[in-house]
Design a protein around this ligand. Structure first.
Ligand SMILES: Cc1cc2nc3c(=O)[nH]c(=O)nc-3n(C[C@H](O)[C@H](O)[C@H](O)COP(=O)(O)OP(=O)(O)OC[C@H]3O[C@@H](n4cnc5c(N)ncnc54)[C@H](O)[C@@H]3O)c2cc1C
Length: 491
């Protein structure tokens, strides 16, 4: 029984189902509705963790990044980062250069271009970067990922392998029994009891609340919540084609990332300790100002400084971390922590921390631990295996989109290819058998896509579809979004 359908719960369900285990996953709201849709959306090694000497974490993340680029090419793509160094910054160009060389070394075999330094001509051609006190602009590669769809793809793959996976299914009580637990789940207005020999708690910010459902569970953790927020601006003109890694006045790092076919610029993140009970985190006015100030400190746009009125959208997520109360938020390790308790021949495992990038390896680690606790299962299998929708590489996806039915615009077909991957075939096949499904509910969104979201991808609200199945929330106008929300209410 897996509690929580963020990236960790979904990845563990996928791995476990593929090893022949009988698996149920319960997600109380929608898949990825908490941390796993609020990340910086990077599949990265985490350059800054090198400073904290977390070489193991960086090496593992870089290896997983390489794996994701191959196994989920529709959702994870290479991204070039520029790293400007100014003479007022704490880290010198030499120091950053050495860090990048080490990053290259740790990513050997990952097939990404190496790091380096831009020539003066290349620096002169950068559209908006301020030049005062600029010492050098370095470059390196990482990858961009669709966090919510990666989560969904693991959940759907788990289902395809036989797991009973559902959203809007909450775990409300857990009672120990002789060899395992009786779990109460609430779903569709009804409650029922399920027997589970092993429980995996991947409830993210709610990990403590789920642990507290059992007596003699894992020992209380030193949990700290650290809020991270992002803002999104329209892409300035001329557009930025590279992401930037910016050092703020202290130790923090801020990314600016071209997003959604280069139409937007995502800027994040912050590191704000959050007290009290977890819930849906919100980007505060101070955080918006901090991110705008950071952006304006580095970039000059033709239209003047970016202001709050330029922000198209924002979001915040909670990092659930294990750390002592006196440690600075950005210094607390992002390594995953697993704690266990036994119950006869059964047991309970709870997970804290981790990264989107390393979710596959973390799932493997969890299953190894459960195996050591006496759960019989097949061998590890996920390394190198395509994720749901991930069997076509990026070129093949582009070709497939071009060849698709002409009733759908080329733009929509391209969007579909990098949303649904090889499952674009489902949409094409359904349209072939029922041409009425090509009807546009709003421009660029044929009926077939909404029906697919409901019948295959478990979407049940406009928000599920507009924010997590797609990112149409940002590209459709108000009237179109409202039409889609109404469609979900009526269907
Ligand atoms: C601001 C920010 C930026 C980040 N950026 C990156 C990045 O760029 N790259 C990277 O690799 N990592 C990044 N991370 C880390 C990564 O996003 C997280 O490690 C990961 O998403 C955590 O996933 P999770 O499955 O553990 O938790 P969550 O995604 O929070 O999932 C927990 C789920 O459990 C469900 N749940 C809770 N209680 C119950 C219950 N009783 N019954 C059923 N369901 C329940 C919740 O509804 C929720 O959906 C970032 C994190 C943050 C906060």
């Amino acid at each position: 029984m897996i509690v929580g359908g963020g990236i960790h719960g979904a990845a563990i369900a996928r791995d476990a189902a593929g090893r022949g285990l009988k698996v149920m996953l319960a997600e109380r709201e929608d898949y990825a509705s908490f941390t796993s849709s609020a990340s910086s959306k990077l599949a990265h090694g985490g350059l800054r963790y090198l400073e904290h000497m977390e070489f193991g974490l960086v090496r593992e993340s870089l290896s997983e990044r390489a794996g994701l680029l191959k196994t989920a090419p529709h959702l994870v793509s290479p991204l070039k980062f520029l790293l400007p160094v100014f003479d007022w910054q704490k880290r010198s160009a030499w120091f950053v250069h050495t860090g990048l060389a080490l990053y290259d070394l740790l990513s050997l075999g990952g097939e990404m271009p190496g790091s380096g330094r831009l020539s003066q001509d290349e620096v002169d051609a950068l559209p908006h970067l301020r030049r005062d006190h600029l010492k050098a602009v370095l470059h390196y590669h990482d990858a961009h990922a669709d966090d919510a769809r990666l989560t969904l793809s693991a959940a759907l793959d788990a289902r395809a392998r036989g797991a009973d996976v559902a959203n809007r299914r909450a775990v409300t009580a857990i009672v120990p029994r002789e060899n395992g637990y009786t779990v109460t789940i609430s779903e569709g207005g009804k409650t029922k009891e399920i027997g589970a020999r092993f429980i995996v708690n991947t409830a993210g910010p709610f990990v403590d609340a789920v642990d507290a459902m059992i007596p003699n569970g894992p020992s209380p953790k030193n949990i700290r919540f650290v809020r991270g927020s992002h803002i999104v601006l329209p892409m300035p003109d001329p557009p930025e084609t590279c992401a930037y890694t910016l050092q703020d006045e202290g130790e923090r790092i801020i990314f600016t990332i071209p997003w959604l076919a280069g139409n937007f610029l995502m800027i994040g993140t912050t590191d704000i300790p959050q007290a009290g009970a977890p819930g849906h985190a919100v980007c505060s006015a101070e955080e918006k100002k901090y991110l705008l100030d950071a952006y304006n400190r580095y970039f000059a746009r033709a239209g003047g400084a970016a202001t709050e009125s330029d922000i198209v959208c924002d979001w915040a997520g909670l990092r659930t971390l294990h750390g002592s109360p006196d440690e600075a938020p950005s210094r607390i390790t992002r390594e995953v922590t697993l704690e266990t308790a036994t119950q006869g021949t059964g047991g309970f495992l709870s997970l804290v921390g981790g990264k989107l990038t390393t979710h596959r390896a973390t799932a493997e680690q969890v299953l190894t631990k459960l195996q050591a606790m006496g759960l019989d299962m097949g061998p590890a299998w996920t390394k190198g295996v395509p994720q749901y929708g991930g069997t076509l590489d990026r070129d093949a996806l582009r070709t497939r989109a071009e060849e698709g039915p002409t009733e759908v615009s080329p733009q929509t077909r391209r969007r579909w290819a990098f949303t649904y991957g090889d499952k674009i075939e489902y949409l094409f096949a359904r349209m072939e058998s029922d041409p009425g499904l090509a009807e546009g509910i709003v421009p660029g969104v044929p009926r077939v896509e909404l029906e697919h979201a409901v019948s295959v991808e478990d979407a049940s609200t406009g928000e599920d579809f507009l924010w997590r199945r797609t990112k149409l929330q940002l590209t459709l106008d108000d009237a179109a979004r409202e039409t889609i929300e109404d469609w979900f209410v009526k269907n």
